[in-house]
Ligand binder design. Structure first.
Ligand SMILES: [Ca+2]
Length: 285
């Protein structure tokens, strides 16, 4: 996402997770000291469930609030307000032009609602095949993303914790997605990445596609529908530090507006939907 929801994340962690579970502040020595004894980290959510129900709380947490870091325009809500199962095996993250509860954003009264989910405190991995199958929305100002942040963001901060953007799409580029690494010395506009463009002017919003990384020590490759379009190793970082050697958690969100996509305009229809068939991780560690 080229930046993080730091204000909300820190608020969420300190106010909720850390207060409720003080053991989280202890070093995770049991897992990090004996990786050879640990089973491969696996994660699957096929988003099966009744229409309208919220996501599985054992797998996902919802981040709430606004995000001034990217100048995003939406307010992220909790429960099933903007992230719900559709009853057909999909998670639907819906961005609406509304403000039903007097939500306050960095720019004043919020203009939009949406949702942002993560597996922080629930699932992390430091390698493996990380994949989602999804159909993105289409419209000026839309910014769907499937990405990962280093689990040590609370102590190391961003970008030292590392950020792996598996898939980002901005509304003014309907045929292209981006995969990017952010870390110390290569964050924000300096992120290391590449784009993948569908042939013949096809739009990503026309159909479902799979977006994945294959992540091993000192190497990450990105693919769309199995087509590898980018490989990154420490030699790509211009002498900067590779920070993708520790556990990361997964994030799914649909941002509205911001520095990169620009804001919605008269051509943008609402509601907009990011439809996710599944998220899975195999061969993780
Ligand atoms: Ca599914």
């Amino acid at each position: 996402m080229r930046s993080t929801l730091r204000n909300t994340m820190i608020g969420l962690l300190s106010a909720t997770a850390l207060a409720a579970t003080p053991w989280l502040t202890a070093p995770a020595t049991a897992t990090t000291d004996a990786p050879q004894k640990k089973a491969a980290a696996e994660f699957t959510d096929n988003f099966d469930g009744a229409a309208g129900s919220a996501v599985d709380g054992s797998k996902w947490g919802l981040e709430t609030g606004d995000n001034v870091n990217n100048h995003e325009r939406q307010y992220y809500t909790d429960g099933n307000k903007n992230a719900a199962l559709d009853g057909n095996g999909n998670l639907v993250i819906t961005a609406r032009k509304e403000n039903p509860a007097n939500y306050n954003c960095w720019y004043g009264q919020c203009e939009y609602t949406s949702a942002r989910l993560n597996t922080s405190q629930k699932f992390t991995t430091a390698s493996g095949h990380v994949e989602a199958r999804m159909k993105v929305p289409q419209g000026q100002g839309m910014w769907p993303a499937f990405w990962m942040l280093g689990d040590d963001i609370g102590s190391a901060g961003w970008p030292n914790c590392g950020e792996i953007d598996i898939m980002e799409n901005v509304g003014f580029e309907p045929s292209t997605v981006h995969g990017t690494l952010h870390g110390p010395g290569y964050s924000g506009e300096g992120g290391i990445g590449a784009g993948y463009t569908l042939p013949n002017g096809a739009k990503f919003s026309d159909d479902f596609h799979t977006f994945a990384i294959d992540w091993s020590p000192n190497k990450i490759t990105w693919s769309v529908d199995g087509n590898v379009y980018q490989t990154r190793t420490p030699s790509d970082l211009n002498g900067n530090r590779w920070v993708f050697d520790h556990p990361f958690y997964i994030i799914l969100n649909l941002a509205v507006g911001g520095y990169w996509p620009g804001d919605p305009d008269g051509s943008t229809s609402f509601p907009q939907q990011l439809v996710v068939d599944y998220v899975k991780v195999t061969g993780g560690s």
